[in-house]
Design a protein around this ligand. Structure first.
Ligand code: GTP
Ligand code: MG
Length: 694
């Protein structure tokens, strides 16, 4: 059955009629229980009531053909052998597939996943219950894992190559940094999100989406510890900001890139898509083909993966480093790696596709300039990914578009599983293309590449499999990456770096990690840390695991600071130019688009507001007007409630101040996401920062 929005927490009064939300034609599983596949039915007669999800281990009711929590199909594809003939491309609708209980392809992994049930029970419980601490302790174990004697048995070279070649753009020079770099993109602890659209002017407001399980977790502000300072610093900073408009800012010469190009343009590339579509395998294979993973290291992954009965995950292991990720066969935090193409220094942000880790995906992908949406072409899997209730394909695409990413490569992966069929590829292109256009992606900015990460077809060279070669004449994946437009960079604006994560060394050194959105940094420069309002000095900068003298807009870095109280640097904060502080506010006007399946939003609704890496408890204090989703014109003043798919101007009051800018001034700090009960229910932009009237 479809995952219906949990309306219990809301007092709808007379405003809500359930039927209004229930008549979407894509709401698929209303037709009744999905029949159990014949192959399963026998064995399940002896297993009453529940089946345990192979991915998240949630115990689903007998009648469910996909996991109620993570959307993974009940069993892996039974027959994914390309020698099986004849292959049919009579593609059922996503809904049919879900209700008919077709299987996903998890090549080579079927038995392995099922073998792991018992070891996953505890973590699945914590995920379902939304425990924040469990995940952070998982990360601790990741760190321990890397530093364990097991690793010490490896040669120093191996370890260095793993660290340097695969992971992370922002390591600090201590030994745990290899995991730190990954951690920094995976520290949003809890919750799920779904249903993203966008209210960015350039984006169509037609949205669609999914729903997800509830993970409210603790709504502890990242900045709580510094709130008092922030409040006191608030007025100073905001007023300072008023006296220093960006037009007064003159960048120094060193801040601007050398005209000849002192280094390659950095391209932050998010790898997104439904769980198990092959994102990590694709990333790992690319890194290997481009020499970022040595043959020796690859052998090691292959050997270890095989030993654990997960041979097909060898390439994914290059990205999925933690014991838990490897054991479960899923990515949990965003992994960062990099390679050089002809035109770009590419920073790969391999995102988790599992529903529980959407917030981690957001944290990483919000820094991206372009994205690869990985699609599993196998029969059943593509359809489940597209399913509005369980699939993550739509959600990831919508999120990416909401972050302002408009260049998308659609990597139609696992083409080997459909015998490189043109019909299948075309069918996927038609179905997904319609949806992507509705999200606001333009045809000219979409590149469709059929490939197989597992069989190395069409990744960095033209395919050599005759079945693909016979009909595909387009670019390979690497060429498509090279053909992306260079991302615009704010080199000549004052420094701005939203802090994604903070690393603290044992020696009391603190480093802020994130993407430099504007301006430049170098050692010795004074920076203002907000919202604490303290000024620190840049001690050193790391980019791609190596120290560098200058970092500029677009770079993904770790900045180590000195002369500052370590506790004053928090993720969700911002580094900026001392004379050009960003605003800090608790009262904002937003233009929002309410997503499909979202519960009604009322005055007084308690939500979670996400702005860049900050998340804060928020309350709707005013619904100013309802807008026409196409024209943006006001259609009604002061409506009493907002419902799914509506666009509106609202005012929110945040519990603690956040660093924010109006979207028209600064896109990076001007996008907002409203979430409730672990789901994203609205996306929007900040239209006004409202001064508090006290
Ligand atoms: P999450 O990060 O958990 O969302 O998964 P993912 O998208 O990173 O998928 P991953 O790379 O872990 O691969 C999942 C399974 O798909 C593994 O068993 C891979 O071997 C398999 N796989 C990946 N690429 C291909 C492919 O091109 N063909 C086939 N047949 N299987 C593939
Ligand atoms: Mg992965």
């Amino acid at each position: 059955m479809p995952h219906k929005v949990n309306y219990e927490d809301y007092d709808y009064g007379d405003y809500y009629e359930y039927e209004d939300y229930d008549d979407y034609d894509y709401d698929v599983e209303d037709n009744g229980e999905a029949p159990t596949p014949a192959s399963e039915s026998k064995q399940e007669t002896s297993k009453p009531r529940v089946w345990s999800c192979a991915i998240c281990t949630y115990d689903n009711e007998e009648g469910m053909s996909v996991c109620d929590i993570c959307g993974v199909l009940r069993t892996p594809l039974v027959n994914n052998n390309r020698k099986t003939a004849p292959f049919k491309f009579d593609v059922p609708s996503p809904d049919d597939l879900v209700s008919n209980g077709l299987h996903s392809s998890k090549t080579g992994s079927k038995g392995n996943f099922l073998d792991l049930k018992s070891s996953r029970v505890s973590s699945s419980v914590s995920e379902k219950n939304g425990s924040v601490n469990t995940r952070s302790s998982a990360k601790k174990s990741d760190i321990a894992n890397v530093l364990m004697p097991k690793d010490k048995q490896d040669s120093v070279d191996e370890r260095n190559s793993l660290k340097n070649e695969v992971r992370a753009s922002s390591r600090i020079s201590d030994s745990s940094s290899v995991v730190m770099a990954k951690d920094r993109l995976g520290t949003i602890d809890e919750g799920n999100c779904s249903n993203h659209g966008t209210v960015d002017d350039s984006i169509s407001s037609s949205v669609d989406g999914t729903e997800s399980s509830s993970h409210t977790g603790n709504l502890t502000s990242n900045m709580k510890n510094m709130s008092s300072t922030a409040k006191s610093g608030n007025s100073t900073n905001v007023s300072a900001r008023k006296t220093n408009s960006h037009t007064q800012y003159k960048p120094e010469k060193w801040m601007l890139p050398d005209k000849k190009g002192d280094r390659m343009t950095q391209l932050n590339l998010a790898i997104v898509g439904h769980v198990d579509s092959g994102k990590s395998t694709l990333s790992g294979r690319l890194l290997f083909l481009l020499g970022r993973i040595t043959q020796k290291q690859m052998h090691k992954y292959e050997k270890e993966a095989k030993l654990q009965g997960k041979g097909s995950f060898a390439y994914a292991w290059a990205l999925d480093e933690s014991a838990e990720e490897r054991e479960r066969g899923i990515t949990m935090t965003v992994a960062v790696a990099y390679f050089d193409s002809k035109n770009y220094h590419v920073v790969v942000l391999d995102s988790p596709g599992h529903k529980d880790f959407v917030p981690n995906m957001i944290s990483g992908a919000t820094q991206s300039d372009a994205a690869i949406l990985v699609i599993d072409a196998s029969v059943g899997s593509f359809e489940v990914g597209m399913n509005t209730a369980k699939g993550l394909t739509r959600e990831h695409a919508q999120l990416i578009r909401s972050f302002g990413v408009d260049q998308l490569i659609v990597a139609v992966n696992k083409m080997d599983a459909v015998q490189y069929s043109k019909d299948r590829f075309d069918s996927i292109k038609v179905q997904l293309g319609t949806f992507l256009r509705s999200c606001g992606f333009k045809d000219a900015s979409l590149t469709w590449i059929p490939l197989s990460a597992l069989e190395n077809q069409n990744l960095v060279t033209a395919p050599d499999d005759g079945r693909l070669l016979s009909w595909y004449k387009g670019p390979c994946l690497l060429d498509a990456i090279d053909s992306l437009r260079p991302p615009p960079r704010e080199f000549s604006k004052p420094l701005l770096m939203p802090i994604c994560d903070v690393l603290k060394s044992q020696h009391g050194q603190v480093s802020a990690c994130g993407k430099l959105e504007a301006g430049a940094l170098r050692s010795g420069l004074k920076v203002l840390v907000l919202p604490s309002g303290e000024v620190g000095t840049v001690h050193s900068i790391e980019r791609d695991s190596q120290s560098c003298s200058v970092a500029r807009a677009g770079d993904n870095i770790a900045v180590s600071l000195q002369g500052i109280d370590v506790s004053r640097v928090m993720s969700g904060g911002v580094l900026c130019h001392p004379d050009f502080p960003v605003a800090i506010a608790t009262h904002l006007e937003l233009k929002v688009l309410v997503l499909d399946f979202a519960p009604p939003i009322l005055i007084g609704s308690q939500l979670e507001c996400h702005i860049h890496h900050a998340k804060e408890a928020a309350r709707i204090v005013k619904i100013t007007s309802l807008l026409d989703t196409k024209t943006g014109k006001v259609t009604k003043k002061s409506p009493r409630c907002l419902t799914a798919k509506q666009s509106a101007i609202v005012e929110v009051a945040l519990q603690e101040p956040v660093c924010v800018e109006e979207f028209s001034n600064c896109r990076a700090l001007g996008r907002a996401f409203l979430r409730s009960s672990g789901r994203t229910i609205a996306v929007g932009i900040v239209t006004r920062i409202i001064e508090d009237q006290q």
